[in-house]
Design a protein around this ligand. Structure first.
Ligand code: ADP
Ligand code: MG
Length: 352
């Protein structure tokens, strides 16, 4: 199974809420569409599901254009944020509903439902009603109800956003392991960067209805291609830079020697340096920055160090250090040189 979006866009009147997007969804992968609220995530799922029609472009399943395929005939199933369970039906009846509509024989239905309840860890509750379940259990019923229909792709629209932080983390691991176990393609939508990085095989980052970058979680995190992506994920130290004829980059904090393998198209660039990739102390062949320490905060698993660079003292750089007791405390207002290896520096075009 391969799903391909071929230049798919969506307009409402004059407003283009989704710019043309071309994207391949591979068999068995967990692909996440990540973007802020209003960026067009739900629109993408609704287009694939067939709830709305694209303004331009085609949606192809194994090469076959789906534009004339009705919602009910598309081999997809959607899991919604609010679960959408039937309150007057038991867990077993909710999970079996799709099979019943399809006219599945009773015995077969019971067996498939039991298997699905087993997979999601709800075998003990077939007779309960939704009101008698916790949020996480309701979400698992919704998942079981989806997988019994054996869709080729499960579409999940922010399915965990109603859960509190701890349960949400548990459900992220549960979803990922469920997806691995059944091997079905999951197309997951979220606005939560951490969630997206944790569970996905690949990510599509969108902003204002356009694709910013497609890649694995590590590519997106360590090699952002746009300023939006560099700033959207976790903490980052961003600098404006100017690419010189020799390939080095001038920044307000000094010149970075020519970087290998950078594929830049503009001379104005952005330099992105992750806080956890710095070390204290000057190093040969690295980008060294002389600073004054503003503060050092102990945060349990790490220390947050804030420093002002000598060459641009109005700026604050963030460095994350291990909270290993062997890491020395730095004096507030004291001097410190921080360094980052050249290969750990991300440089990206800044066309704007
Ligand atoms: N039926 C509609 N008519 C007009 N505008 C819409 C409609 N549905 C969504 N939009 C607009 O499209 C944009 C993207 O919406 P949506 O895909 O729901 O974003 P997300 O799921 O990323 O929060 C938003 O600006 C939203 O207001
Ligand atoms: Mg949405």
């Amino acid at each position: 199974m391969t799903l391909y979006l071929d230049g798919v866009s969506k307009n409402y009147g004059d407003v283009e809420v989704l710019r043309p997007i071309s994207l391949e969804v591979s068999n068995g992968e967990l692909l996440t569409v990540l973007g802020p609220s209003g960026s067009g995530k739900t629109t993408i799922l609704r287009l694939i599901g067939g709830f709305i029609a694209p303004t331009c472009g085609r949606i192809l399943l194994d090469g076959k254009d789906l534009s004339t395929t009705h919602i009910s005939k598309r081999p997809f199933n959607t899991v919604f944020q609010d679960y959408a369970l039937f309150p007057h039906m038991t867990v077993e009846q909710n999970v079996g509903y799709g099979l019943m509509v399809k006219g599945c024989p009773k015995e077969k239905m019971k067996q498939v439902v039991n298997e699905a309840l087993d997979v999601v860890g709800l075998s003990d509750f077939p007779g309960r009603y939704p009101a008698e379940l916790s949020g996480g259990q309701k979400q698992r019923v919704a998942l079981a109800r989806t997988i019994v229909c054996e869709p080729q792709i499960v579409l999940l629209d922010e399915p965990l956003s109603a859960l509190d932080a701890e349960l949400r983390r548990q459900m992220q691991f549960f979803l990922k392991s469920l997806q691995r176990k059944i091997g079905t393609t999951f197309l997951f939508v979220t606005h939560d960067q951490q969630e997206a990085i944790t569970i996905s095989d690949r990510l599509v980052v969108i902003n204002h209805g356009g694709v910013e970058q497609v890649g694995t979680p590590k590519e997106i995190y360590y090699s952002p291609k746009t300023k939006f992506v560099a700033g959207f994920f976790g903490d980052n130290n961003l600098l404006d830079g100017q690419l010189t004829a020799s390939g080095s980059i001038e920044t307000p904090l000094g010149t970075i020697p020519s970087l290998q393998g950078s594929n830049l198209k503009t001379s104005k660039v952005i330099v992105a340096m992750r806080p956890e990739l710095f070390r204290i102390g000057k190093r040969e062949g690295a980008f060294n920055i002389d600073c004054q320490v503003q503060n050092m905060d102990f945060a349990g698993d790490m220390n947050f160090l804030r420093l002002s660079p000598k060459l641009d003292s109005d700026r604050t750089l963030l460095v994350k250090l291990s909270s290993d007791p062997s890491v020395p405390n730095l004096d507030v207002n004291g001097d410190a040189t921080i360094s980052i290896k050249l290969e750990d520096i991300a440089v990206l075009d800044n066309p704007r």
